[in-house]
Design a protein around this ligand. Structure first.
Ligand code: TYM
Length: 333
C-alpha cells in the first residue's frame, strides 16, 4: 500500500479540505504499519497555474506545512514535502505529456471552470495541470489517493494516462485508487448549498477556516444560509434543502456519525437550536488545531527543515520510477 496525496498551498486550510481529505490523510497515516510511510505534499508547482504573488506563495507554502502538521500529519512518520524541491514531478509530467491527450484534458471540469470563457488567455499550466497531478501519484507507484470528490475526475485521468503508457511502452505504473470519504466528500459553501466550500470563494463567510477563532466560527455558523423549516427526523426530509443537508453532513462528519443518527437526535429542532450546537462542535474540533498551528508558525526554520527532510526522502523514492520511465521511452541517459 502506498498512500500519496497533495494540497495546493493557496489560501487557508478550510473545513472542506479538512473533512474531505486531511482528516483521512491523518487516519491513513495512523493506520500505516510501522516502516511504511505515506507521502503528503504541497502542490506549489500546481499553484503557479493561476496568477500568483511569489512572496505570498512562499508564505502560504510554509503556512500550509504548519497547518497539515497541526492537523496531525507527523513528519516523523509521513513524508511531508513541497513539489518544487522534488524536480522528478515536473520531469515526469513532461514524459507523460506525450501520452496524455488534448481531448482528455479538454473534458476536465476544473479546466472548464477555471478557464471560463477566456480559454485563449488561460495558461498552458492550467490546461496541463492534471498531467502534473498524474505525475504526482504515478511517480511513487501510489495505490491509494485520499481526496475529496472534486478530485475524482483528475484521478480517473491519472489512471487513463497510466494505462495507456503501460500499453504503449510496457508495464511501468501502478493504477491509483481514489479514496473518497463516504460522508464528507463534498462540503458546501455556508452561503450557497449548491457551491462547494472553496478557498477561491470571495466571501470569507462562505467557509470555516481552520484558523478562525471561536467567535468567528460561531458567527459564520449562525449566519449560514438555511431555510425556515425545522430539521426532519430522516434524511429523506432533506431533499431539495441543500443548505440544511450541508449543516447536517458537517455535524455528522465532525461527530463521526451518520446523517441518520444526527437527525434521529435533532429532528424537529429549528436552526435557532441546531446551529449553536454545530458551532460548539466546530469550535471544540478546531481549538487544538489552531493552538498547535500558531505554535508551529512561530518557527519558520523548523518548517523549512521538515520540508527539506521530506523532499530528500521523496527524491529517493521517486528515482527508480523516473528512471524506468526514461528507459521505457527510449531516452538515452
Ligand atoms: P485542493 O488544494 O483544492 O484541495 C485539497 C483537498 O481537499 C479536498 N477538498 C474538499 N473536500 C470536500 N469538500 C470540499 N468543499 C473540498 N474542497 C477541497 C480536495 O478534494 C483535495 O483532496 N489538485 C489538487 C491537489 C493535488 C493533488 C495531487 C491531490 C495536486 N496533485 C495528487 C491528490 C493527488 C487540489 O487542487 O486540491
Amino acid at each position: 500500500m502506498r498512500v500519496v496525496s497533495g494540497i495546493q498551498p493557496t489560501g487557508n486550510l478550510h473545513l472542506g479540505n479538512y473533512l474531505g481529505a486531511i482528516r483521512n490523510w491523518v487516519r491513513m497515516q495512523d493506520a500505516m504499519p510501522a516502516g511504511d510511510q505515506c507521502l503528503f505534499f504541497l502542490a506549489d508547482m500546481h499553484a503557479i497555474s493561476m496568477p500568483h504573488d511569489p512572496a505570498e506563495l512562499r508564505r502560504a507554502t510554509l503556512e500550509m506545512a504548519a497547518a497539515l502538521t497541526a492537523c496531525g500529519i507527523d513528519p516523523a512518520r509521513s513524508i511531508l514535502f513541497n513539489q518544487a524541491q522534488v524536480p522528478a514531478h515536473a520531469e515526469l509530467q513532461w514524459l507523460l505529456n506525450g501520452t496524455a491527450r488534448m481531448g482528455w484534458l479538454n473534458r476536465m471540469t476544473q479546466w472548464k471552470d477555471k478557464a471560463g470563457k477566456n480559454r485563449e488567455g488561460a495558461s498552458i499550466a492550467l490546461f496541463a495541470y492534471p498531467v502534473l497531478q498524474a505525475a504526482d501519484v504515478l511517480l511513487y507507484q501510489a495505490t491509494h489517493v485520499p481526496v475529496g470528490d472534486d478530485q475524482k475526475q483528475h484521478l480517473e485521468l491519472a489512471r487513463d494516462i497510466a494505462q495507456k503508457f503501460n500499453t504503449d511502452f510496457g508495464e511501468t505504473f501502478t493504477l491509483p485508487e481514489p479514496i473518497i470519504p463516504p460522508a464528507a466528500a463534498r462540503i458546501m459553501s455556508l452561503r450557497d448549498g449548491t457551491a462547494k466550500m472553496s478557498k477561491s470563494d470571495p466571501s470569507d463567510m462562505s467557509r470555516i477556516n481552520l484558523v478562525d477563532d471561536a467567535e468567528l466560527v460561531m458567527q459564520k455558523v449562525k449566519k449560514a444560509k438555511t431555510d425556515p423549516e425545522p430539521l426532519p427526523s430522516e434524511p429523506g426530509g432533506l431533499a431539495g434543502r441543500a443548505e440544511a443537508l450541508n449543516l447536517v453532513t458537517i455535524y455528522a462528519a465532525l461527530s463521526d456519525t451518520t446523517p441518520e443518527a444526527v437527525l434521529a437526535e435533532h429532528g424537529g429542532q429549528g436552526f435557532g437550536a441546531f446551529k449553536p450546537k454545530l458551532g460548539e462542535l466546530l469550535i471544540e474540533t478546531l481549538r487544538p488545531i489552531s493552538t498547535r498551528f500558531s505554535e508551529l508558525l512561530g518557527d519558520q526554520e523548523a518548517l523549512d527543515a521538515i520540508l527539506a527532510r521530506g523532499a530528500a526522502k521523496a527524491r529517493e523514492l521517486a528515482a527508480p520510477t523516473l528512471e524506468a520511465t526514461y528507459t521505457a521511452l527510449g531516452l538515452v541517459r
